[in-house]
Design a binder for this molecule. Structure first.
Ligand code: MTE
Ligand code: MO
Length: 358
């Protein structure tokens, strides 16, 4: 085990060079791409903790082992020839919105653009685990990627676990294709886990092994990472499902440097997407200068995909503030004040967009 960067305390200071370095590697989805039902693969956001690993598809094998009766070793061809399904799934990074927290946890400094939707093709995980035959003492399944690095002073392969019950859910898949093409290197080629409805960290890329274990997994990315903590000493609660959120396609045209929005007076349709990992989106509202009205919901794209919404606005000259907020079927609604937590995860503050109407 190597010790490098110690735990980083949140800062109220200027953006650091290290954050810029992460932001330049891990792109967000430009918000104008909220207009697509399915994000073109080249616009899908990216979050890569370490380096994109070099994987040779010809020699790559998926190992399924640990507390199982029949350990398996599968080639990519064997995985691809299993029963296949394609589902449209919205992924969002748990750190989305982190950059606006104050003090700001030092990590990937997302504003709000760490969300995208793709059509993922692969095979259900459950039947594969049944073939391997989970032992009676198995309580969790650990998914390990081929990428290795150091975080929080701990050298590690990127790894996360799911309980057996979560791993057996019918929507949990091993996916080898995105938008009808083999996975691109940055999205986990040749195979990744996909856990619809959960924040992105759960969908382990560059999958190399699946291991059933008899005790809850204690790897770095499981704990302490991805917990809602008050401070460094708080064990916190694990981050799981995506919190409800709506975002809008930025209206009008931007100023190059500030990204401030300008538009012409008259009728304009404001629109965007809304999603939740806790059930379908039930309602989206738009506020113009603090006055809320219901937006129109578009057709659902699937149980785990964002939903479009639109709102007709008669734009009048002057400065205006637009906002949008979503409510899911479970009754969760976005907060109007920024909640804070030590890792800066699970932020779903209502988005506000200032526009100048001419
Ligand atoms: N092996 C591995 N899997 C990983 C990651 C990683 O760094 N390594 N990042 C996770 C995080 S934090 C997110 S948000 C999603 C991002 O998936 P994408 O880059 O395909 O959008 O992948 C997850 N899976
Ligand atoms: Mo993430």
């Amino acid at each position: 085990m190597v010790t490098s960067t110690p735990t980083l305390e949140p800062t109220a200071g200027e953006l650091t060079f290290e954050e810029l370095q992460l932001a330049a590697r891990n792109r967000g989805m430009p918000l104008e791409a909220l207009r697509y039902d399915v994000s073109p693969a080249g616009l899908h956001y990216l979050l890569i903790h370490f380096d994109i690993p070099a994987v040779d598809a010809a020699t790559w094998r998926l190992k399924v082992g640990g507390r199982v009766r029949n350990p398996l070793e599968l080639s990519l061809e064997q995985v691809r020839s299993r029963p296949s399904q394609t589902i449209t799934v919205t992924l969002e990074c748990a750190g989305n919105g982190r950059a606006r927290l104050s003090p700001r946890p030092l990590s990937q400094p997302w504003l709000v653009e760490a969300v995208s939707t793709a059509e993922w093709t692969g095979t259900k995980l459950g039947p594969l685990l049944e073939e391997a035959g989970l032992g009676p003492d198995a309580v969790e399944v650990v998914f390990t990627g081929a990428d290795r690095g150091i975080q929080g002073g701990v050298e590690q392969d990127y790894a996360r676990s799911l309980t057996i019950a979560d791993a057996m859910r019918p929507e949990v898949m091993l996916v080898h294709a995105m938008n009808g093409e083999p996975l691109q290197p940055q999205h986990g080629f040749p195979l990744r886990l996909l856990v619809p409805g959960w924040y992105g960290m759960t969908s382990v890329k560059w999958l190399s092994s699946i291991e059933a274990i008899a005790e809850p997994f204690q790897g770095y990315q499981q704990t302490p990472a991805y917990h809602y903590q008050r401070d460094a000493d708080d064990p916190g609660q694990p981050v799981t499902r995506i919190r409800v959120r709506a975002l809008m396609v930025p209206p009008g045209i931007p100023d190059f440097f500030s990204r401030r929005r300008f538009l012409d007076a008259g009728p304009i349709q404001v629109g965007g997407r809304a999603w939740s990992g806790a059930g379908p989106v039930a309602r989206v509202e738009v506020a113009v200068d603090g006055h809320w009205s219901d937006a129109k919901l578009g057709p659902p794209l699937g149980d785990f995909a964002w939903r479009s919404w639109s709102f007709d606005w008669q734009a009048t000259p002057g400065e205006h503030e637009l906002a949008c907020r979503a409510t899911d079927a479970a009754g969760n609604v976005q907060p109007s004040e920024q909640p804070w937590n030590y890792q800066g995860v699970g932020n779903n503050l209502i988005q506000q967009v200032a526009v100048a109407v001419r």
